[in-house]
Design a protein around this ligand. Sequence first.
Ligand code: AMP
Length: 212
Amino acid sequence: MILLLLGPPGAGKGTQGELLAKELGIPKIATGDVLRAAVRDGTKRGKEAKSYMDRGDLVPDEVILGIMREKFEGDETRNGAILDGVVRTVPQAHGLGLMLAEIGRKVDKVLLFDIDDEKLVARLSSRTVCEKCQHPCKDREPGTKCDKCGGTLVRRKDDEPEAVRNRLRVYKEQTAPVIKWYEERKESPLKIDADGSLEEVLQRALKTLKQE
Ligand code: AMP
């Protein structure tokens, strides 16, 4: 199954994507993680993406579609994938659909994580992530240690207030139209209330997936 997760930054797609990946036994692919690794490794793709990412802007569609092509040509996605943070524009949705059709596959389900704006700003501004394993932690100061691997927690540059506001603006302008795009193709996103504990939201997502 190819499951695509939609929703604003801070809605919990990343964490829920990881939990769903474990439950469903398929890998989670997050373009944000792929890009951050490229920035850390100083690759050509990373150098191209860095300034967009630091501002909270979207990196060009061709870069994202290139990542998707590599992932779906590889073995990793043979049994399916959970796509987190991709797609984020209508051209990406269109391009991904075409690319998957070429290899006889399609996006099977789209989940939309739904939550209020005020909650998002609060969540993102209080988030730190582990420098080493990228695990996100809530309400923990930069410089303290990751619960998972003991690495140092840092604030992502794009979780600073100015970049957060920009990311929400970008979501409304460029990503929200993707919801309509899928609706028009009779692949309506399945809405999940993303306000709740990790376990509550996970159970809502699993229930919704089972019902459809
Ligand atoms: P994320 O971890 O999903 O919040 O992504 C972090 C940053 O990576 C975003 O703010 C964008 O700059 C970039 N990015 C990740 N995925 C995409 C995408 N599908 N389209 C464009 N930019 C992306």
